[in-house]
Design a protein around this ligand. Structure first.
Ligand SMILES: [Zn+2]
Length: 519
């Protein structure tokens, strides 16, 4: 099950670790289970030469809460920095950390976090744990890929580096959060905070099976999204007596919806240079989509007091009135910042055009924005390197240019500033179900790949390609320095831009929710 680059005993130990991690029930919201999991994870990282601690929320080393999100402030977060040379420096052992509260004294000589290689993962699962079981070439277990598999892969990679006598990169910072599967307040805050000064972000979420047998994927980019709302106001009229005097907000909104969805398709076609019929299948570049999530329309009383007025559904109430009010809500997804701006501009212009054509007033508002991670950003060179490293080990790694789901990298304030390697965890299937499993062959591959990548990063890049990368490397023994902060080619917008409505033709922001509710 191991490959020739991975000692069998090391693979067996990693697999055993994964079985033990997945046997610890740590469903989101299970505070006691999350504590057990955090303590175990911290202990494993400490045993591998990292200075590990368990914090409550995102409090700083002095125990001061930093932007502790509502409801998430007391959940455990695992932080591990390294590598440290003296075992004594693993001051905060998991046991000590697990019993310490948020006001625990700071660990001695906590190094600065600027310029670190940030490895991020989560240790909550959707389901409570069921007993893990091996089934042929698979391990069926809760969180086997999402994402205790990624955490075990990291431990195995650190073990493999030690076995080879190689050092992990200087300035490693591992952060594992307890709430990714539910809203992810801590997940977002952790990425925003530590990602702001990191030199790179590596994500231990699972890859996907690739296009051919035995191939697997890495995530090169993730689409961003924004919520939007359309409010339509028309003119009510009796449908039997004065139909022509009415202006249907419902019909105007519906017309806008159809054109918005079709227009997004046209945007995609233009970006991809592909005929319409070719759209929607594969990971073509620049995919822009608009989803109409809900439409409520009717008499203004019905729309504005829907909670009570929904009882009118199925009755004849107001069926003889031209509807004068409509509210539509949805989202748009896009692969680049420019595509996001373009689709926003088009949706707003469409509202003006449909309003003028129908004699109604259409107001388009953009809601919270989650920036895309552009696959053409600074990680492209690292993705290429990962592909080459996998090939050198005899397997095929493919890069997904624009995975649709929102994940950790989208929470970077400036996703284009640093290279992001995403989807480093092993491949399997059945995510979030009782059939969730990891392919053991993939676990072995990913251990070796992550070890190779860590060694490469730690060595400052062996190839001329990497040395030519537009970001400085940290060499072992040197002081980690903050990476460049100038926007890269993929920088979608400045960090000063708040993720709130920035362009609106109305004064009322849409009812917002947490933007990460839909992976
Ligand atoms: Zn996950």
């Amino acid at each position: 099950m191991h490959d020739s680059h991975l000692p069998p005993d090391l693979f067996a130990a990693t697999l055993t670790l994964l079985e033990e991690l997945t046997a610890i029930s740590s469903a989101s919201g299970d505070a006691a289970g999350l504590e057990r999991m955090a303590a175990r994870l911290a202990a494993e990282l400490a045993a591998r030469g990292l200075m590990a601690e368990v914090r409550r929320g995102l409090g700083d080393a002095g125990g001061n809460p930093i932007a502790a999100p509502a409801g998430g402030g007391s959940l455990p977060v695992v932080l591990a920095r390294g590598p440290v040379t003296a075992p004594a420096a693993t001051a905060a052992t998991a046991d000590a950390a697990a019993t310490a509260d948020a006001a625990a004294p700071p660990a001695p000589e906590v190094p600065p976090d600027a310029g670190r290689l940030l490895l991020i993962g989560h240790f909550d699962t959707v389901l409570p744990a069921a007993a893990p079981r091996r089934l042929g070439d698979r391990l069926v277990a809760t969180g086997a890929i999402d994402m205790k598999g990624g955490l075990a892969t990291l431990c195995g990679a650190l073990d493999l580096l030690a076995r080879r006598g190689e050092a992990p990169p200087a300035g490693l910072l591992v952060v594992a959060v307890p709430d990714e599967e539910v809203g992810g307040e801590l997940s977002r805050a952790a990425v925003a905070r530590w990602g702001a000064t990191a030199r790179a972000l590596w994500v231990l979420e699972p890859g996907e099976p690739g296009s051919e047998a035995g191939s697997e994927s890495l995530v090169g980019g993730r689409r961003g999204l924004f919520d939007w709302r359309l409010e339509a106001r028309g003119k009510a009229a009796h449908s039997g007596l004065h139909l022509a005097a009415g202006r249907s907000a419902l019909l105007a909104a519906a017309r806008w919806c159809l054109a918005a969805v079709e227009g997004a398709g046209a945007l995609h076609d233009a970006a991809a240079g592909a005929p319409r019929a070719a759209r929607g299948g594969g990971p073509a570049g620049g995919r822009t989509s608009v989803n109409v999530g809900r439409l409520v329309a009717g008499d203004a009383t019905f729309v504005t007091d829907l909670g009570a007025a929904h009882a009118w559904l199925g009755t004849e109430r107001q069926l003889n009135v031209v509807p004068d009010r409509a509210i539509v809500e949805g989202e748009a997804r896009f692969a680049t910042a420019a595509a996001g701006e373009e689709v926003e501009r088009r949706l707003a212009a469409l509202a003006a055009a449909v309003g003028a054509a129908t004699g109604t007033e259409l107001v388009f508002t953009r809601g919270p924005l989650i920036p895309p991670v552009d696959a053409r950003g600074p990680q492209r060179i690292w993705c290429d390197r990962a592909v080459a490293l996998a090939a050198a080990r005899g397997w095929r790694l493919e890069v997904e240019p624009e995975r649709g789901g929102i994940s950790f990298p989208n929470f970077l304030v400036e996703p284009g500033r640093i290279p992001v390697l995403d989807g480093l965890g092993p491949v399997g299937g059945g995510m979030h179900t009782r059939d969730e499993h990891v392919e053991l062959a993939s676990l072995a591959r990913r251990i070796v790949l992550l070890a190779d990548l860590l060694a490469e990063e730690g060595a400052g890049g062996r190839s001329s390609t990497l040395i030519a990368a537009p970001f400085a490397m940290v060499r072992p023994g040197s002081t980690p320095v903050p990476r460049r902060t100038a926007p890269g080619p993929g920088t979608p917008r400045s960090r000063a831009t708040p993720p709130r409505p920035v362009r609106s033709t109305t004064t009322a922001p849409p009812a917002g929710g947490t933007p990460d509710r839909r992976p």
